[in-house]
Design a protein around this ligand. Structure first.
Ligand code: SF4
Length: 308
């Protein structure tokens, strides 16, 4: 779902300040201060995800978080105006704890202008609109949400732990609370057989929830995951690059978005694009169509340059 962020936060003695191993963040949070408030993911069951399989989910003690913020306050220039809360679904942290964390960020890093986090339907819908609004008032400005697909059948197959109806409810609740919803979808997650259904259902879900940000990534089976095993046994096949591009085309052509930054520039994708929809729709479709028409692999990102 996201690109790995190299772990660089070390104390004056050179030791890691965060005990939870590798951390991940969205590419657009590359300049943000990473603050690990949980270790791992409380769901940790999505069949394609290897990010936190080696971690047992835990809330990080508040005292540790505050000590880390004190260290950041002493070491970081006021350059980091954004904070990203890690790990997998930090929004799952109980309301009182999240409020205390956001207050501690305000107090110790007063120059921070926006806090963002990963969330999913479970963590978003556990909070009332009023609670989300309280978090927004304390600086939580964006939730990155790995929706992956708008197709209920595919969602169940990947054990996402949510349904299309829940995604709609979560999107509505974030919007009502004034928190930006950045939606991640996974090209190819329906496999070859479900490819068209996944693309059409995802476009229609995007039309319904109308998020301000959409990032399309490409599914990449990783050793140690159930999806890898399914691929090895032949039960799941990643569509070929041309079919993946057709999925992308369906999203761009069919999603009725009012004002969305749409990106497919993640390392996993074969054709990196970034544009604003709907204004750039025609140009984006022309770029995709010209590659689809020529079917020249030289126009795609080479496999060795692709990554998670
Ligand atoms: S919710 Fe996100 S972090 Fe957790 S298992 Fe699923 S994809 Fe991985």
């Amino acid at each position: 779902m996201t690109a790995p962020a190299p772990f660089v936060t070390t104390g004056p003695d050179g030791k890691q300040l965060v005990p939870g191993g590798s951390v991940y963040r969205p590419p657009s949070e590359a300049d943000s201060l990473l603050l690990q408030v949980t270790v791992g993911c409380s769901h940790n069951r999505c069949t394609y995800c290897a990010m936190y399989r080696d971690k047992r989910f835990a809330l990080r003690p508040q005292a540790e978080i505050e000590a880390l913020l004190d260290t950041y306050a002493g070491r970081q220039p006021a350059a980091s105006r954004r904070v990203f809360l890690c790990d997998g679904d930090a929004l799952i942290v109980p309301q009182a704890r999240l409020v205390a964390i956001l207050q501690a960020i305000r107090q110790r890093l007063p120059w921070v202008r926006r806090v963002a986090t990963y969330g999913d339907c479970r963590s978003i819908l556990r909070k009332s609109e009023q609670e989300l609004r309280q978090l927004a008032e304390l600086g939580l400005g964006m939730v990155y949400h790995g929706v992956e697909t708008g197709d209920d059948e595919s969602m169940a197959a990947i054990v996402k732990g949510s349904t299309r109806a829940e995604v709609i409810a979560a999107a509505d609740r974030l919007r009502a609370a004034g928190i930006l919803h950045s939606v991640i979808v996974l090209l190819g997650i329906g496999g070859v057989d479900g490819s068209e259904r996944h693309a059409r259902q995802t476009a229609s879900l995007l039309s319904r929830i109308d998020p301000p940000f959409v990032g399309a990534l490409t599914v990449t089976p990783v050793p140690g995951t159930p999806l890898w095993d399914a691929e090895q046994s032949g039960a799941f096949c990643v569509p070929d690059p041309w079919r993946l591009l057709e999925e992308l085309r369906t999203l761009v052509a069919d999603a009725d978005l009012s004002n969305c930054q749409f990106s497919s520039n993640h390392a996993s994708n074969y054709l990196p694009l970034r544009a604003r929809l709907p204004v750039d729709r025609a140009a984006m479709l022309a770029a995709i169509d010209s590659v689809l028409a020529r079917r020249d692999k030289g126009l795609l990102k080479p496999e060795w340059l692709r990554g998670l």
